[in-house]
Write a protein that binds this ligand. Structure first.
Ligand code: SAH
Length: 258
């Protein structure tokens, strides 16, 4: 422990735990978890499995039952005591992680912190589908969003208006409202648009459901899925489409001049 007199507070690390499979934590994230004296983990989604890397005697806090001040109090006091602190978030901390309000408090308290990225469930879901989210001639844009629930979504970002772009759309935190999601998306995308739901991507009980905007909601209901799932829609995840020019033998670029 770096508790030597005069040493300032230790750095708090916000670490992305990845989508579930503990092998999908970054090497850096894993090292930080191994070294941590205190780990505060978002227990609602971070699997206990991610905690296998913790050293013996680590102090664990499940933030699911804590409010913001309690969470930051644990981090601030441990940091001031020179202890190594990891704040573990599901997927990548920058998406729906509520990290900003924690970071703001750390800044106010003059506690140094760093963010370590993780594999977002959006990417784990794309991998489960074996699909690329951007396709030439189809879309070069990916939208991360959610439907309005307790957390409001700005008017200009309604699913219906986002759908009008025909981009690939990854809808977080919304599987419980799949019917409304589909209804809104259908205001912009044609009904034949490919849609998929990935439940617990990379977990042992991962489930992939594919279809179109017309039938995906019924399939999801039938499978009984109402939580921990990603909804992805857009032509990019469908069959066929132009090949990228990146590996086209007639196309030269900075790394391959003909
Ligand atoms: N920061 C996280 C997202 C947290 S919000 C990330 O980057 O993945 C929680 C939402 O993420 C869930 O409602 C669900 O939509 C999605 N999610 C998290 N883990 C998932 C997983 N393993 N499989 C599918 N979706 C997941």
């Amino acid at each position: 422990m770096n508790r030597s007199a005069g040493a300032g507070p230790s750095t708090v690390y916000f670490v992305g735990a990845g989508p579930g499979d503990p092998d999908l934590i970054t090497v850096k994230g894993r090292r930080l978890i191994e070294e941590a004296d205190v780990v505060v983990y978002a227990g609602s989604l971070v699997r206990e499995k991610a905690l296998v890397y913790c050293k013996e005697g680590v102090e664990l806090h499940n933030s699911a039952s804590m409010h913001l001040d309690e969470i930051t109090e644990v981090m601030v006091s441990a940091s001031r005591a020179g202890r190594k602190v990891v704040r573990l978030h599901a997927g990548d901390p920058s998406l729906y992680g509520a990290v900003r309000e924690q970071a703001d408090i750390l800044e106010k308290e003059s506690i140094p912190y760093e963010m370590v990225p993780g594999v977002s469930s959006a990417f784990a879901s794309a991998a489960a589908l074996k699909r690329e989210l951007t396709r030439p001639g189809v879309t070069q844009t990916v939208i991360f969003t959610r439907i309005e629930g307790k957390t409001p979504v700005p008017e200009k970002e309604s699913l219906a208006s986002l759908a009008a772009h025909n981009a690939t759309i990854c809808v977080f935190l919304s599987i419980g409202m799949i019917e409304r999601v589909v209804e809104e998306l259908s205001k912009g995308y044609p009904p034949s648009t490919p849609a998929a739901v990935v439940y617990r991507a990379t977990w042992e009980d991962e489930l992939v459901i594919t279809g179109t905007l017309e039938d995906i909601a019924a399939k999801v209901k039938e499978a009984g899925i109402s939580r921990q799932a990603m909804i992805i829609a857009g032509r990019a995840i469908g069959e066929g489409s132009e090949a990228s020019r990146l590996y086209d033998k007639g196309f030269s670029h900075g790394f391959r001049n003909r």
